[in-house]
Design a protein around this ligand. Structure first.
Ligand code: TYM
Length: 355
């Protein structure tokens, strides 16, 4: 298998050139933990089902972002490979899009510095995710890394290096995306038109999947309590257990209704079920009279949706050379796209070109 899939990947990379008129899409995912149902429904699924077919798309495992908090180097390395493998297992096709690792393309770090020179200290400190992560690091008795503050500059660089038109992300990235747009506009005003101003695209349903045990907070890969997080590689029975134990009724009405304020746990389950089955949460709410039935159907829908992904992941794990080749070819293509724009940005700010 390794031999044939490897040459397919190389051929794929050679043909994955843009037509020139298609939209450019870029998005990224951090290898800071095991991927979750939130990552899948909020971002990955759309990349697979829509974005790679309609645009010139690049998807990146943003490993440098995983260094902004205390980390175990071996784990980050392992999760980087696992994340890339899961992206392919979910259905990203290297004949249609580039899949690569951020640190393999030096332009991200090069441009990040110029973004730091464009952003203000104040706007970085206003980022909600920065404040939340500072609180979490401090609660764990850890010092806060400077890169946690400057993280959105690197994210802006990730996006702007590619002349990106659209960035498909979950709701939690909205503020970072606004900042990216501001930085692009400011840079262009100061130094000339180097960057495309990108826009965020969010899914209509499940743009923010909540933790099953604490439906007022986002299902996040690095949450401490993992009981409310469905991981993409969880066994079917583990998924069933987690969904059946989901918090549903803090108000005590006992009725199934779609009300994010009054019944956040039930609304979250309805969102997940709707996202898995293609229905609408408000309509689905009317079909259920008990939490138990809603949980059971949601659990089964999640298990069935993730089954092919887990099976494909197992196959790909047996062929690491194929994954390597996809990442090598993806990085090569990304480098070729990013370098001219980052060079132009360096020249625009007044840095002398190499002699
Ligand atoms: P990350 O790694 O936290 O998440 C990857 C993608 O998954 C979405 N997501 C969710 N969507 C719905 N519900 C959830 N519970 C949920 N959890 C995560 C995220 O919105 C995201 O789309 N800063 C980014 C990574 C990044 C990036 C980029 C993204 C770095 N550079 C450039 C786009 C473009 C992050 O931490 O995503």
């Amino acid at each position: 298998m390794a031999g044939t899939t490897q040459s397919t990947a190389a051929a794929a990379a050679a043909t994955a050139t843009p037509t020139g008129t298609r939209k450019r899409i870029f998005s990224g995912i951090q290898p800071s933990g095991h991927l979750t149902l939130g990552n899948y429904l909020g971002a990955m699924r759309r990349w697979v089902e829509e974005d790679q077919h309609r645009a010139d798309a690049l998807f990146c495992v943003v490993d440098m972002h995983a260094l902004t908090v205390e980390h175990d180097p071996a784990r980050v390395r392992r999760l980087t490979r696992q994340t890339a493998t899961l992206l392919l297992a979910a259905g990203l096709d290297p004949r249609r899009c580039a899949v690569f690792v951020q640190s393999h393309v030096a332009e991200h770090a090069r441009l990040s510095y110029l973004m730091e020179c464009t952003a203000s200290d104040g706007e970085m400190r206003r980022m909600i995710q920065y404040k939340e992560k500072v609180a979490r690091e401090e609660a764990r008795g850890r010092s806060v890394r400077l890169s946690l503050l400057t993280y959105p500059a690197l994210m802006a660089a990730d996006i702007l290096a590619y002349g990106t038109d659209e960035v498909p992300v979950g709701d939690d990235q909205a503020q970072h995306m606004e900042l990216t747009r501001d930085l692009a506009v400011r840079f262009n005003q100061r130094y000339g038109p180097v960057f495309t101003v990108p826009r965020a695209v969010h899914p209509q349903v499940a743009a923010r999947v909540m933790d099953l045990r604490d439906p007022t907070s986002k299902m996040g890969k690095s949450n401490d309590d993992t009981g409310g997080i469905v991981y993409l590689l969880d066994e079917a029975d583990v998924i069933r257990k987690k969904v059946m134990r989901a918090v549903t009724d803090s108000g005590g009405t006992g009725e199934v209704g779609y009300d994010r304020e009054a019944q956040p746990g039930v609304a979250n389950l309805l969102d997940v079920l709707a996202a898995c089955t293609g229905g609408r949460p408000q309509v689905l709410a009317e079909e259920y009279t008990s939490y138990g039935a809603l949980k059971k159907d949601t659990a089964e829908a999640v298990v069935e949706m993730l089954r092919p992904l887990r099976e494909r992941h197992a196959e790909l794990c047996a062929d690491p050379a194929y994954v390597d080749e996809v990442l090598r070819a993806g990085a090569e293509r990304a480098r070729g796209l990013a370098r001219p724009r980052v060079d132009a940005a360096y020249a625009a700010v007044g840095l002398m070109p190499p002699v």
